[in-house]
Design a protein around this ligand. Structure first.
Ligand code: ZN
Ligand code: ZN
Length: 316
């Protein structure tokens, strides 16, 4: 898993947009005039396309709950979201269908995914899946092929957090579907503090591997796991299974690069192939197709994995 940093622009965009959208759905026209709400987003899709239709069907208790807690719902960190859920669970569960319809269908699918997800992902500026760093999540065809958005607290159990900023993680298709959804909301209430979250829990681990000569087989391992939350994240996101798919490809290639050539080949490749004016980062990009600096791992697939393995091989 990579960490999401420098996300203020994406957060401001997200918050401005959704404040505007919710404002139009939760308040009548007269109330809106009295509120004097000012939209802050240029060419705001809510103002321009979605129009300001008051959502008449919302149950009054739910409308009040959302109005009073809109800041927490939109920009609360995951811990605050879970706290909000626990405090209001009976009301939320009694009205779960209505909430799912309003938050998942109207706010997330019809409004956010359709009109704003692309700009949101551009502003977050992560080129590869946050969970696995294996797949590009770049927009290739406008509005069609791009990152999926994973809900860290699954929207099946927590429809009310379908558009909550800290719950939205740019991910690839397989991670979005492989990641454990947990049994139910209670499972997440109990377990959320134990699992690293890409926005809030910085932590480290190193990829490593073992090789059995007799079986000619590789095994991916994880070491120097900095804290139990990272260990738990590795398990829940199924990183071992996911990376096992790379044993016979990238891992075997690197392993052979080190062992089939003279002892110093790998070191020489890095030290002697290029003129000295080329930076270490550039060498890694040109030779291995990866970024060397941690803050740039997201830019190219498998940067974290290959960096860790190369480090091991250089020390053999
Ligand atoms: Zn607006
Ligand atoms: Zn992924």
């Amino acid at each position: 898993m990579l960490f999401i940093e420098n996300y203020q622009d994406a957060k401001d965009y997200h918050n401005g947009l959704l404040k505007c959208w919710f404002n139009s759905k939760l308040y009548t026209e007269t109330e809106r005039r009295n509120n004097q709400f000012q939209c802050t987003i240029r060419n705001c899709p809510s103002c321009v396309k979605d129009r300001k239709y008051y959502s008449k069907t919302l149950h009054e208790d739910i409308r009040r709950l959302i109005k009073q807690n809109i800041d927490c719902i939109l920009t609360g960190e995951v811990g605050q979201l879970v706290e909000f859920y626990e405090t209001n669970s009976s009301l939320l569960n009694e009205n779960s269908l209505e909430i799912e319809n309003f938050f998942v269908n109207s706010a997330y699918k019809n409004f956010f995914q359709t009109n704003c997800a692309e700009e949101f992902l551009n502003l977050l500026n992560k080129n590869t899946c946050i969970y696995c760093n294996r797949n590009y999540t770049l927009a290739i065809v406008k509005g069609r092929t791009r990152a999926e958005i994973d809900h860290w607290l699954p929207k099946t159990h927590f429809p009310i957090f379908a558009v909550s900023f800290y719950n939205l993680i740019p991910s690839c298709h397989s991670c979005n579907h492989l990641k454990g959804a947990g049994e139910d909301a209670e499972w997440w209430v109990k377990n959320h503090k134990e699992i690293a979250n890409p926005y809030s829990d910085k932590g480290t681990f190193d990829f490593n591997y073992t090789f059995s000569k007799s079986k000619n087989e590789f095994e991916i391992t994880f070491e120097n796991v900095s804290n139990p939350k990272i260990r738990r994240m590795i398990k829940e996101n199924r990183l071992r299974e996911i990376y096992s798919a790379h044993r016979e490809f990238e891992l075997r290639d690197l392993h052979e690069l080190r062992l089939k050539y003279p002892d110093n080949y790998l070191k020489d490749l890095l030290a002697k192939t290029f003129s000295t004016s080329i930076s270490e980062e550039e060498k890694y990009r040109l030779i291995f197709g990866i970024d060397k600096n941690e803050e740039n791992f997201h830019k190219r697939p498998l940067s974290k994995f290959k960096n860790d393995i190369i480090k091991k091989l250089l020390s053999l």
